[in-house]
Ligand binder design. Sequence first.
Ligand code: T1G
Length: 695
Amino acid sequence: MSPVSTQLTGAVLVITIDHPPVNALSHAVRAGIVQALEAAPANISAAVLQCAGRTFFSGADISEFGKPPQAPSLSEAIEALENAPFPVVAAIHGQALGGGLEIALGCDFRVMDAKARVGLPEVTLGLIPGAGGTQRLPRIAGMALALEMASQGKPISAAKALDSGIADAIAESDLAASALAFAKSKSRDDKRSTGARPNPETDASAVDHWRAHAAKRQRGQKAPLAAIDAVEASATLDIVSGLKRERELFLERMSDTQSAAMRHLFFAERKSAKLPGPRTEPLSLERAAVIGSGTMGVGIAASLLSAGLSVKLLDMSDQALQAGYNRIKTIFQNDVTKGRLSEAGCSEILGRLTATTQYSDLSDSDIVIEAVFEDIEIKHKVFAQLANVVGEHAVLATNTSYLDVDAIAERVANPERVLGLHFFSPAHIMRLLEVVRGKKISATVLASAMQLGKRMRKVAAVSGVCHGFIGNRMLSCYGREAGLMLLEGASPRQIDKALTDFGMPMGPFTMGDMAGLDIGYMNRQKLDPESFEQRAFLVHDRLVEMDRKGQKTGAGFYRYEKGDRTPLDDETLEDVLRAVRSEQGISLREFDDSEIVDRCMLALINEGAKILDEGIAWRGSDIDVVYANGYGFPRYRGGPMFYADTIGLDTVLAGIRANAARFGDRWWTASNLLIRLAESGERLSAYETQSGALS
Ligand code: T1G
């Protein structure tokens, strides 16, 4: 059955598309629109193009990319709108994104719901608008706004759309009625094809601004620069030539690995939110408690409040509690200052926050998340106290980054309700949430955690229990190789630069200085020395023992001027390197950047493959979701697993085996899964374990 229906209301033809869940512009939708226009009665004066469900068209159907194109294309559907002998009014609610905005621009007028937004997010998929957005938008809204929207990918509000001429009217209440009334006020004489409008004025300073911005903030990405090129061309080319130029640039992006990588992550982030197996009804979690009012507790509490839950913040220290409570208030007051939240909204949110030092106040909690000091004994005590006051079915979660969730659960009554919710700091901003499933967790509790993650607008991925779960376990291998190369002769600056040139937001040594070298130092003291490569951290440990903990002490691997976070080379580090290398009898050697990147990436990939083989991660794509959202792995490379597929698993395996020959196989034993997939030709990023069903 066609997703497109029509209804004649007076002399206005109302064309309605109903293609759940988000009215993606699939082939059936495009064909239905063209057929509706062709079959339009000869005497109509105007038409309305509207969508049922929660949103106007969310864009081209991304799932059709890479498949043989099916006519009519989106551009052909838009041409049919522009060539119709009557004006078409787009009625926009929800979000008109990408092709959704492009088809609206192919209409003659646009009426928007007051809460609706419009945008061109193609660059987030490594693409550029490919159905006229770079040519029609500047003709309506001007060069500067079109450059910003096409290169940054961020949607704008209905109010801004009205100001810029994208929207012709805003509907405060009934959009359908407003759009119909608007259409009834038009006649065939009001036909005004966007493509027929004059070229926009060029704006060289805006072009330069957005090019410089893209080079800095979207470093390594090709799509933003291509989008700028396409929009810039709209000032000088006629519409036909401009559309041709846009198409050339679009097809270049579509065929580039960067787009395949970013489209992989788009679907991976939606898949990671889903649990394998039959759907389980989640619990209703409305009343939350957070234990610990430090940085993590504050971020978690803010995230829960933003998701609409009531939150009780508990800390044993009155002073710490007050400080934490005030930091939460500041977070939301800042949102008001920045126009992201109304005063009333802020009051409503803070009205759901209470602070207490009494565990007994938590008795009505549906879920409690502890964010106390990373020490298992302290956590045991917290859970013991909680188990005495909350209901027997209250979900109990630990925010631990490393510790054994099973060990915590086994000491709690009803261990099926205990799990890990590993947030990343700052917890109200970082999107990643590792949901750590203990051996005894129930399907209901896991489903409840995943739903809560979605409600908090997190990107959630399930991890099994191991030291460091998915992300930190992989990070430790990456950090090991960086530490060993430092010992062997590379400088922190060279290693950091090689990895930032690869696309990481920050190198491991700059990151260590920022996080605090003492955190890793304390964690290593608790580890079995045989479980990690101690030599890789000799310099780190020496620096901490010299009270050089990083930015917070003004020096770590680098030196920092007071109040400035710029990492500066430091002679003292050179002395420490000389001393440790001499003690270890290391003969220095030169490194080139490609070896630095390869060693760190192969270690990351190999550990990820082991995590997948062990069933700690259910999907290769879940590992990519974790690493892109929690560790800054460049999205245009798709994540460590996708990147391995890009290199070729044969090449990855050869590199790991070469490292085993050079450095021994203690850390370079190739993952068995990697070996199997290299032989079978399957992709690591598409691999899914069968252990998804809860044991
Ligand atoms: N195509 C196909 N499927 C889509 C889709 C799309 N454009 N958008 C969403 N889905 C699926 C999604 O995979 C999920 O599926 C379900 O819809 C709900 O999505 C020519 C080339 C619209 C803001 O980039 O930003 O147009 O998991 O979980 O949180 O120039 O979806 O249920 O099976 O995200 O409410 C440009 C992408 C495309 C917008 C809704 N458009 N989508 O968010 O739901 S390229 C975009 C979104 C293009 C033209 C170019 C969001 C949303 P499943 P969801 P949500």
